[in-house]
Design a protein around this ligand. Structure first.
Ligand SMILES: [Zn+2]
Length: 155
């Protein structure tokens, strides 16, 4: 789905996503009866959205995870390595060659990257329990809210 427009939708994107939520809820909770032509029998199909593929701005929008600033990498988080460019005032994220295999060619290509070897290993992924601990108390508020002056505000 592509939503064109001059402004980011922010949390208003939930209006567009509602149709993508209701059907998967049914598929997960109740399932649907489908026919397997190969086995020539019906069965209850249950399904879930396992992952999505999107660009970083969409990732921020959908997940609520902040993908700007010095800790923008959702994997490295507080250990995100970056360089702040002096003249462009842009943030460049570095040291992601550490996600490559230990003897990957790119780890030794100093000149092609930032003049350094990459010898560190990637951070360990969070366990499911740690992820749950982080998100269990999040309160999501979707849609538009009203500013005190009556104008719409994305939250
Ligand atoms: Zn990272």
């Amino acid at each position: 789905m592509m939503i064109a427009g001059s402004r980011q939708l922010g949390n208003n994107i939930d209006v567009y996503l509602v149709i993508l939520i209701e059907d998967p809820k049914i598929l997960w909770v109740e399932g649907v009866d489908v026919y397997d032509g190969n086995l020539q029998q019906s069965f209850r199909l249950r399904a879930m959205i396992f992952c999505t593929i999107n660009d970083f701005p969409a990732y921020e929008n959908l997940s609520g995870y902040r993908v700007k600033g010095h800790h923008a990498c959702p994997i490295c988080e507080k250990d995100t390595s970056y360089i702040q460019l002096k003249h462009e005032k842009k943030t460049v994220y570095t040291r992601h060659r550490r996600f490559l295999k230990p003897y990957h060619l790119y780890r030794r290509m100093k000149k092609a990257f930032n003049g350094t070897l990459e010898i560190d290993s990637a951070p360990k992924p969070l366990s499911g329990h740690k992820v749950f601990d982080r998100v269990k108390d999040i309160i999501s508020m979707f849609g538009k809210t009203q500013k005190k002056d009556g104008s719409d505000k994305n939250i």
